[in-house]
Design a protein. Structure first.
Length: 172
């Protein structure tokens, strides 16, 4: 016996990286799938699909959230920010992205979008974040390539630069 409403599609509208978007989603469609397959935004990566690895982290109304644990229909009317929305302009990287590039804070890059989204939220809220604060924020992310040392260097550099201290990552 089919479930009632299980095959019904719903119109989903929200703001993505500052622009209104819309599309149809089945009730059980995950936000990761909606972003990637309906909207064609592939920056949000799908890793474990259980909310453990952090690769799918996006910001929903300013807070980090696992897109693999969020249904697309749940974000109706929300403000969503993905890694594609970090750069201030098409030809410029954000301070955090510049720091990751300068300090080799990525290797294969699979975990990077989720890590950037979590760190972006932390540093926008607390540019004075300590090393312990950053480690705590990253505790929900798995990276199998870097050993976290370059990620930490990049995050600490970005925090320093956001506070207006010292040279830019490119000068380092």
């Amino acid at each position: 016996m089919p479930r009632l409403g299980a095959d019904r599609r719903h119109e989903v509208r929200f703001t993505l990286n500052g622009r209104p978007v819309e599309g149809e989603a089945e009730p059980r469609m995950l936000l990761t799938d909606f972003l990637r397959h309906v909207l064609g935004r592939t920056g949000t990566h799908v890793g474990c699909e259980h909310g453990v690895c952090g690769a799918c982290t996006v910001q929903i109304d300013g807070a980090p959230a696992r897109a693999c644990l969020t249904l697309a229909v749940q974000v109706e009317g929300a403000e969503i920010r993905t890694v594609e929305g970090l750069a201030p302009a098409p030809d410029r990287l954000s301070v955090l992205q510049e720091s990751f590039r300068a300090h080799h804070g990525l290797q294969c890059g699979f975990c990077t979008p989720g890590i950037l989204m979590s760190l972006d939220e932390l540093l926008s809220r607390r540019p004075d974040a300590s090393e312990d604060d950053i480690r705590h924020q990253l505790s929900g992310h798995l990276c199998r390539c870097t050993g976290y040392a370059p990620i930490m260097k990049a995050a600490l550099d970005a925090a320093r630069r956001l506070r207006g201290e010292g040279e830019t990552a490119a000068d380092a």
